[in-house]
Design a protein around this ligand. Structure first.
Ligand code: AMP
Length: 254
């Protein structure tokens, strides 16, 4: 069974994001980039399926500019077998929308015929949480989102999802789309020998225009701004003073 894992290049989650002074977006110059953390979980899950003898091949795919090769190589070092870059100009990559990505991934599914597509539940840069759902709809495949446990059998998968106040267990027929939640697994670190081996694994570049998908965005970003700065706190000398201030200044207690 072939498993496809779409991965997005995003700002590393440890980096404090800076907004550009002109408010047109965030500053990416000199910023550390990484695989979207939920996608790393998706790669880990697919690699575990391969190690368990259930998956036969793990293919990772990223849609974006040529720099995404860095994240594809990192996924190969984590155990993926092969990588695909759906390449486009930087200007298009910066404005890529979930529906466009889903259409590109649909075209890749038609070429690759995976039985399972594991995506992250959301990309931590735009927080869209749309691509997996849109891809499943475009393919007409069943979907299970926010997976915290996945058991894959020959023709179906059992997926436990975290919902309000509990867990829901679904059975879906393959081929299917599954999106990963934080608690699905803990991704491994790439070992040095695996980083070296990853350099020799196949990475194919496919031009996005060849997939016949329009890349122009439909949504216009009007403005990006920093969250308001928090006011400095004050140190109080006693609990009595705190109560007095909460009553008379903040007026949050009677
Ligand atoms: P989003 O809908 O943007 O929050 O992204 C959800 C998931 O879709 C991500 O976790 C990735 O698995 C996948 N995805 C989003 N953008 C891309 C991209 N440019 N290339 C490959 N996969 C992507």
């Amino acid at each position: 069974m072939k498993v496809l894992v779409p991965i997005k290049r995003v700002i590393d989650y440890n980096v404090k994001v800076r907004v550009k002074p002109d408010g047109t977006g965030v500053d990416l110059s000199g910023v550390k980039m990484a695989i979207n953390p939920f996608d790393e979980i998706a790669v880990e899950e697919a690699v575990r399926l391969k190690e368990a003898g259930i998956a036969s091949e793990v293919v990772v795919v990223s849609c974006g500019a040529s720099v995404c090769q860095e994240q594809l190589r990192a996924a190969l070092a984590l155990g993926a077998d092969r990588a695909l870059l759906v390449e486009m100009e930087e200007t298009h990559a910066l404005q890529l929308e979930p529906l466009t990505v889903a259409k590109l991934l649909k075209a890749i599914c038609a070429k690759e015929n995976p039985r399972l597509v594991f995506l992250g539940k959301q990309a931590i840069d735009d927080d869209a949480n749309q691509t997996g759902q849109m891809l499943a709809a475009l393919l007409g495949w069943p979907q299970a989102t926010f997976a915290s446990k996945v058991v894959v059998k020959a023709d179906e998968a059992e997926v436990v999802r975290e919902i309000d106040g509990g867990l829901e267990t679904l059975a879906i027929k393959l081929p299917a789309v599954i999106t990963t939640d934080l608690r699905l697994n803990e991704p491994r670190f790439a070992s040095l020998p695996n980083i070296m081996k990853a350099k020799k694994k196949p990475l194919e570049v496919i031009k996005a225009v060849e997939l016949g998908v329009a890349l122009a965005p439909r949504v216009v970003t009007l403005k990006v701004s920093e969250p308001p700065k928090r006011k400095a706190g004050v140190k109080l000398s006693s609990v009595d003073e705190l109560i007095e201030r909460l009553k008379n200044e903040a007026k949050v207690i009677g």
